[in-house]
Design a protein around this ligand. Sequence first.
Ligand SMILES: [Zn+2]
Ligand SMILES: [Zn+2]
Length: 247
Amino acid sequence: MDLHAQLQAAWDHVRTTYKPGTIELTGVIVTQIVGFIIPATFYMLIDVLFPRFSQRHKIQDNHRQPTRQQILHCVKVTMFNHVWVVALYTLLVYFAGLDYAFLNQDPIIPPWKTFVVDFIFGLLAREISFYYVHRVLHHPSIYAYIHKMHHKYTAPVAFAAEYAHPVEHLLANILPLTLPLYLKGAHFLSIIFFFVFELWEAAADHSGYDFLKLPPAELHDLHHEKFRVNYGTIGLMDWIHGTDVVG
Ligand SMILES: [Zn+2]
Ligand SMILES: [Zn+2]
């Protein structure tokens, strides 16, 4: 049995065993754990487990790195952001009922080609929407009220990816990621795969390490250091608007 047939069999099992609401809520929680919390914890532990490797690959100097206390604070706020997102989704599922599916849970999973098209569509839609929301958040008249919080860590760590004011978390982190594929009617599994990749990428972008090359973590790290460069996620919109800076 090839991989696609195995995935179809697994999806058949899940769909016939659990209700749509349970599947979606579990998907949201597992995605956050697998895509963000586990990788972000790993990035943080590099410093403790492999100090020499960590020193070699840190993008910014040691004296700029946050203290243990600041990192703990960052983890707490980020975890709170995860909890309220899950609580909000639980509320939606509660009111809609477990038999209702917000996302496309078609019994037949799409071909690989559709997964790839969804992925590219999601990537571009997120890049465009995140870029403009991010630039608006940098507008001097509102920066201090919302986005300044995310810029607390000028030398970021992985958990700082979601260290944000709740308004920013909703407008810049959640909606650009979820809305385009939801509106496209992408399959639940396609959305889950995309989420896992994007959450990991956000953690890697903020990890403070230079060994990620998809795109280089240095780009967003430099945004935290210099503020007015590299607003986007993959570099495309920054290239178009001339806000891209490398090195
Ligand atoms: Zn950031
Ligand atoms: Zn910013």
